[in-house]
Design a protein around this ligand. Sequence first.
Ligand SMILES: Cc1ncc(COP(=O)(O)O)c(C=O)c1O
Length: 371
Amino acid sequence: MTFSDEFPLHPSVCYLNHAAVSPWPKRCEQAVQKFSHENVQWGATHYPQWMLVEKTLRKQFQALLNAPDWQDIALVKNTSEGLSMIAYGLAWQEGDTVIISDEEFPSNRIVWESLKDKGVRVIEVPLSGENPEADIIAACDESTRLISISSVQYASGFKLNLKPLGQHCKDKQILFCVDAIQSLGAHAVDVKDIHADFVIADGHKWLMGPEGLGVFFSTSEARQQLTVNEYGWHMIEHVGDYDRKDWVVAKSARRFECGSPNMLATHALSASLSLILEVGMEAIARELEAKMNHLTQQLDAHPNINIISAKEKQRRAGIVTFTHTSLGSTELYQLLMKKHVICANRGGGVRFSPHFYTPLEVMDKAISLIP
Ligand SMILES: Cc1ncc(COP(=O)(O)O)c(C=O)c1O
């Protein structure tokens, strides 16, 4: 598969940083250009059509997540906002515990730690054991209210098997919340299959959209457990009936969207998702796996590189992190960035994250630039 038309990246750049912020596909740029041109010429004359794009975006997310209904999809600013809506929506009891892993990105740790004053305790389960899923399940007891876990860890790229976790949560009436920002767009995420109550992801990584717009999925049962903390004209049942004085919170996930939407990002992200859905999640995951196989083999063959990410295929998605025998990670990161190898300095190593369209030559060139 070649996608050079959709990703005409500057030839000097080896872009291996989709786990941070992705380049946009061409069609995303075109959607933004069209939308700005329309705003300049017509203002919001065609707002009803824009609302159809917004509905399409919800349906695209429904398809990507295999969600029961498009009305289970809320469009939020980012992952952190979705997680905060859960943390500050639930009615906590003194002594409740939340289970996370010891490798979480700060967004999925700080928000739970912030509940300390409400008597909520956070338990961090190490992912370094033989069977981390079993370790997470073993950490649950009567006090466990929620497991909140990243499907793929941001620094190591470690991928969890979510199904047994979701099944345990379902059996024990524990809420199951997945930070899927490092998965969605890289490999299939099926909210029904994993029994997720909440799934949140932002649009600017594997989904290849702009920053500022993400997805917050909730089942209708789970979202009824959340008190809404942001109010406005957009989150009520009879949205648009401005003269009406009585109101109730919308049944749908729109209840988490208090005011005007991010219409520019809606157009951009919907265009990017159209590419993902066109190629298909299965094909994308297959291509990405092939790219990751090539990348890890080449890194393994490099005399000065030690891969610190898990090597088993089922434990990785699109992230590989490594150290160098003589250069520190910051030094190596700076050296690579100077040579236009776009990567990240994470978890004590340099992190490479190609996407499904990344040409093999780009990865080979990046590796050839490692001393
Ligand atoms: C696992 C994970 N969760 C959350 C975030 C941050 O998400 P947001 O900026 O959408 O709040 C990141 C960003 O790198 C991440 O890797």
